[in-house]
Write a protein that binds this ligand. Structure first.
Ligand code: PMP
Length: 401
């Protein structure tokens, strides 16, 4: 029965990770998968998360009964508030709602299924390049057409804003436009506030539908409000939109799959029908979400003292990334490595789009045991004071030979 099945292509980022793990070279460096590492190169369970886990484990009033289909309400409402801000017009008017989902990917998937099946949208646009999973999620969810809008100008190592605007201008009405809320993956380049305003104008004028993907709130600048600026701006303009939120990076809860899907509607009367439709979509899919991570995030976000503690952790992570950006740029400039390296500190968030070509990337992997994605994206968290000299030296070498 299964004889006809052909192998599917590997997922680049996981294949790369496996190659790294299999490599026995002592100085090997993993700049691939998007996860935070401490300066010792270790994964970090945030202290506030550990503390919550101990507290939850000791609480014998808690049990393992199912959560509601739409999840743990204290998480969903707090996540929506964290995204839209407490001054949000849609929140105040009861036109916004949140639904717990299986991390960012699950929120994207539920949002995409809703838009495809209930909203009858068929075309989605994401940036070129974008996170490698967007096309798979939207096509699997029922969209018939996945297209790209221009985003990255490789020559200038900057946003191709004119290209972006032209592509959005030519998108058919009703197309869903995926927008990275902040800290664009993989480029680390976001539109400026003025550019966001122009994007919003165009989306409005052309009858397009904005779908934000917020996987790095707080991680970009260390400031939750600043990182939510674009989403809040769209909210302030009265757009109808959805936003997928992930707590993988900013809470370090990768495998706990904590996420939220926020709907902002023009009219509060549609919130109940939307929630009831999502209930059926989720029921047919995984029935209800897991509790553990949701309770952690939900409890922290609903407690001001714990929230402050968490913000301190985000700042620790964001600051370490920023210091690695400066460190790498400084070293390359000191060695006079050919090219310009200001983009490393100009870019924000977890990733840097180095501008290294496929040949240089191949050499870094094969000759120097430094693992990075083919497109030249590096996870800044993979750098630390122990390996940054080695990485800079090897980049210099592959660029100059
Ligand atoms: N969107 C973007 C842009 C991402 O980078 C990621 C994480 N790599 C996600 C969504 C979803 O991640 P997760 O499902 O782990 O929350």
């Amino acid at each position: 029965k299964f004889a006809f099945v052909e192998s599917a292509p590997p997922i680049e980022v996981f294949a790369l990770n496996k190659a790294y793990l299999d490599d026995t070279f002592p100085q090997k460096v993993n700049l691939g998968v998007g996860a935070y590492r401490t300066d010792e190169g270790k994964p970090w369970v945030l202290p506030v998360v550990r503390q919550m886990e101990q507290q939850l484990a000791a609480d014998e009033t808690l049990n393992k009964e199912y959560l509601p289909v739409l999840g743990f309400e204290p998480l969903a409402s707090a996540a929506t508030r964290m995204l839209l801000g407490s001054d949000s017009p849609s929140l105040k008017e009861g036109r916004a709602t949140g639904i717990q989902c299986l991390s960012g990917t699950g929120a994207l998937r539920v949002g995409a299924e809703f838009l495809a099946h209930i909203g009858k949208h068929t075309v989605v646009y994401s940036s070129n390049p974008t996170w490698g999973n967007h096309s798979l999620v939207f096509l699997s969810a029922g969209f018939s057409t996945y297209k790209s809008y221009r985003y990255w100008d490789a020559a200038k190592k900057a946003l191709d804003f004119d290209g972006l605007m032209e592509d959005l201008r030519n998108a058919p009405a009703n197309s869903v436009i995926l927008l990275h809320a902040c800290a664009h993956n993989p480029t680390g380049v976001d539109p400026t506030q003025d550019q966001w305003k122009q994007i919003a104008d165009l989306i409005e004028e052309r009858g397009l539908f904005p779908f934000f993907d917020s996987a790095y709130q707080g991680f970009a600048s260390g400031d939750l409000d600043r990182d939510a600026w674009a989403v809040r701006y769209f909210d302030s303009r009265g757009f109808e939109m959805v936003c997928a939120q992930s707590f993988a990076k900013n809470f370090g809860l990768y495998n706990e799959r904590v996420g939220n899907l926020t709907f902002v509607a023009k009219d509060r009367a549609v919130i109940e029908p939307v929630r009831s439709q999502i209930t059926l979509l989720v029921r047919a899919n995984y029935s209800n979400p897991p509790n553990h991570g949701a309770r952690i995030v939900g409890t922290v976000l609903n407690n001001p003292a714990l929230t402050e503690q968490w913000k301190g952790h985000i700042k620790t992570m964001a600051d370490r990334i920023i210091s690695m950006r400066h460190g790498l740029r400084e070293r390359l400039e000191k060695m006079e490595t050919p090219g310009t390296w200001n983009h490393i500190t100009d870019q924000i968030g977890m990733f840097s789009f180095t501008g290294l070509g496929p040949l240089a990337v191949d050499k870094l992997i094969a000759e120097h045991h430094i693992y990075l994605l083919k497109g030249g994206r590096i996870n800044m968290c993979g750098l630390n004071t122990g390996n940054i000299d080695y990485v800079a030296k090897c980049i210099h070498e592959v660029v100059t030979t």
